[in-house]
Design a protein. Sequence first.
Length: 121
Amino acid sequence: MNSSIRVLIIVAAFFTGLGVGAARVIAQPAEQVIKITAKKFDYTPNQITLQKGVPVVLEFTSADVLMGFNTPDLGARTDIIPGQVARVRLVPDKVGTFAFFCDIFCGSGHENMTGTITVVE
């Protein structure tokens, strides 16, 4: 076989492989973004349903004072600073219902600032 034909076959195989790989990258689903507002003494929404293994970004804003978000069973935590957006990326790896709560004292009623994340198959 002529050496230029061998090179042409190798180059064609290389570019064909790139095309297949690029199609896989483009085909991946985008992360779901869930916007959550924290205000004395409430998260809106305070009940969230996620799918196991599906990446999600929780996007927090505070309507009034410094808050916290903590869901220990899912390993996610952040401060929520007024005037800024706090983002937490997670990929739930287990099914169940998990509590989240404010872990920065934000005033009388702080202990009631809770919610749940339900992870389904």
